[in-house]
Write a protein that binds this ligand. Structure first.
Ligand code: ADP
Ligand code: MG
Length: 621
């Protein structure tokens, strides 16, 4: 049968290049990756065979065999797992289907050192073998099928597929070592690598020696061992394997629940955000085992989407081994486990927040935006999530909790104030905050897209309403200005003049605004925009528009003017001056446009804006 030539997907070629050029300091992990895949393959077959025992076809126990050939300079890793068909070989070893890959490539800088670190975080799986190989052959036969195929590549642009002979199902990978990689032919070196990275693998890893077979790993599922027997390194290696992650776990939750429901959980919270965190699928990453047998990594009810940064396993004693996908939906046992796991994760996070606030801040920066989704979709757990939440604020350093905010509230302040926008830095400078700042009122600065959604759903904390500073019906008169400010309170424009100015502005702007009015919200800026009560928040409207939800109608804004601002005062005096009437038209438009710019909005007619501005500048010269 003729050889079939295939090209690698462009991304794979890029990745292979990177592997060869940047993995040099840590080549030995290729073995970990191949063993990890072999172990996954055995898990998959073991589960399939629960309903189709004929797939095992008289085979013995699951095992992973490692052997070397010094003359040929090869190392071979063989498993009796599920194997791959012709098409699966192409799909799995010729493309990268993993989520987050695009983002990975976007983040590459071209700087070898930085990209090597990135690869460390991302993991290259099977392709790591090319860091030590000049050629890799994969012979595989899918369980239940007769034909076998050999995939072969030198790790450059292409690979070949040829029909092959294989007596049993499973996969045998032969790594032809490149020059200078002879160390991987030494038994002791291999034993050391397996003990370091793969001891937690529950399938026996066996090396053929001159004295016969010898098992290299402990060979029992790590979560069945007692905590005191497991080193942090062993936990970390298991985390890397099960979570397809390459950072260190920040939190490790290893518990055994006994009583109404029995299960063991071994869960990890990563120390850095994984690439696929913001995938629209929002799939959680906890695998379900039943009595030590892998069942699925797709049991939706096991963890909520807002805890999708958690990685690890749950091993249940109460589910039947041959549990089907249908049975897992709305399953009482799964529901109970989920509720208990959520509690457990929250409990650990709370402890960390109290004991190690700095670490907790890093955690929150990594995963807060995801956890806050729970405020929106998990009513039952709103309170604990709100307690765990941290926010930037207009007055406090670093991050603050809502409870801390409430403690700092002023006499006469009944609402919890917030402002929402895209960028925390920008928010801190919003004109709408001026009046709050001058009264010493703290405002929470919310800059995650999800904030738009949970805030209106949650509405309050401890009976205190959450209130946007850009809403039109804010009344700051109940809170006194800070004393220093009170003393040097700037003079306001004359009431009658101001009324005339407002009338003139309204006339000039016509339908462009809903209303024009005087405001105590401002101290330094001349104008700002606010939304009428009942209208959509400014930021939400912009966000929905950006997402292409064009059916969102543009609600008209109220333009507020600052009666103590010198420009407004001058204008109010000049309103009556007939000679200046023409200018007022332009000035009104300029005021509105600058309020829009401060809001971060784009002007509908920037050219006209520039022309008006130029005219005014010229006149000032
Ligand atoms: P990952 O393990 O993260 O999915 P890899 O690059 O390590 O990425 O492997 C790619 C895919 O190739 C695996 O998801 C699996 O489907 C397949 N694969 C690799 N090795 C084996 C094996 N020994 N047996 C069966 N399938 C395998
Ligand atoms: Mg892998």
């Amino acid at each position: 049968m003729a050889e079939q030539q295939h090209q690698f997907q462009a991304e794979v070629s890029k990745l292979l290049n990177l592997v060869v050029n940047s993995l040099y300091s840590n080549k030995e992990i290729f073995l970990r990756e191949l063993i990890s895949n072999a172990s996954d393959a055995c898990d998959k077959l073991r589960y399939l065979a629960l309903t189709k025992p004929e797939l095992l076809d008289g085979m013995g126990a699951f095992r992973i065999d490692i052997s070397t050939n010094k003359r040929d300079r090869t190392i071979t890793i063989a498993d009796n797992g599920i194997g791959m068909s012709h098409d699966e070989l192409i799909e799995n070893l010729g493309t990268i289907a993993r989520s987050g890959t695009t983002e990975f490539f976007e983040r590459l800088t071209g700087d070898e050192q930085k990209d090597a670190a990135l690869i460390g975080q991302f993991g290259v799986g099977f392709y790591a073998s090319f860091s030590v190989a000049k050629q890799v052959d994969v012979v595989s036969r899918k369980a239940g099928e007769k034909e076998a195929w050999m995939w072969s590549s030198e790790g450059t642009g292409e690979f070949t597929l040829t029909e092959a002979e294989k007596e049993t199902h499973g996969t045998t990978i032969t790594v032809h070592l490149a020059k200078g990689e002879s160390e991987y032919l030494e038994e002791e070196r291999l034993r050391h690598i397996v003990r370091t990275y793969s001891d937690h693998i529950s399938i026996p890893i066996i090396i053929a020696t001159k004295d016969g077979d010898s098992q290299m790993n402990a060979g029992s599922a790590i979560w069945t061992r007692s905590k005191s027997d497991i080193t942090p390194e062993q936990y970390a290696e298991f985390y890397h394997h099960v979570g397809h992650a390459f950072d260190q776990p920040w939190l490790t939750l290893h518990n055994r629940a006994e009583g109404k429901i029995e299960y063991t959980n071994l869960l990890f919270v990563p120390s850095s955000p994984p690439f696929d965190l913001m995938n629209p699928e929002r799939k959680h990453r906890v695998k379900l085992y039943v009595k030590r047998v892998f069942v699925t990594d797709d049991c939706e009810g096991l963890m909520p989407g807002y805890l999708r940064f958690v990685r690890g396993i749950v091993d249940s004693e109460d589910l039947p081994l041959n549990v089907s996908r249908e049975m897992l939906q709305h399953n009482v046992v799964v529901d109970r486990i989920r509720k208990a796991l959520i509690k457990r994760v929250f409990g650990e996070l709370k402890k960390k927040a109290e004991k190690a606030p700095e670490e907790y801040t890093t955690f929150w920066t990594n995963f807060g935006a995801v956890l806050k989704e729970g405020l929106y979709e998990d009513q039952e757990n709103r309170e604990p999530i709100l307690e765990l939440a941290r926010f930037r604020s207009s007055t406090a350093e670093g991050l603050t909790s809502i409870a801390e905010y409430v403690e700092r509230m002023k006499d006469g302040q009944s609402d919890i104030y917030y402002i929402i926008g895209d960028d925390g830095e920008q928010l801190a400078k919003s004109p709408q905050l001026e009046g709050f700042r001058s009264r010493g009122l703290e405002v929470l600065l919310l800059s995650d897209p999800i904030d738009e959604f949970w805030v209106p759903m949650v509405g309050e904390f401890g009976g205190k309403p959450l209130k946007s500073v850009t809403s039109g019906d804010i009344d700051l008169s109940t809170v006194k200005k800070e004393e220093a400010d009170e003393a040097e309170k700037p003079e306001s424009a004359d009431d009658a003049d101001l009324a005339k100015l407002i009338l003139a502005l309204k006339e000039s702007l016509g339908d462009a605004v809903k209303d024009v009015r005087s405001s105590d919200r401002l101290t330094d800026s001349a104008v700002c925009l606010v939304s009428d009560s009942g209208d959509m928040d400014l930021h939400l409207e912009r966000m929905l528009k950006r997402q292409g939800q064009m059916q969102v109608p543009t609600s008209l804004r109220i333009m507020e003017i600052n009666p103590t601002h010198s420009l407004i005062k001058k204008l109010s005096v000049l309103v009556d001056n007939a000679a200046k009437r023409g200018d007022l038209q332009d000035m009104a438009q300029l005021l509105l446009d600058q309020a829009r710019i401060a809001e971060g909005e784009t002007l509908s007619d920037p050219i006209a804006f520039a022309q008006r501005l130029n005219t005014m500048m010229e006149r000032g010269l």
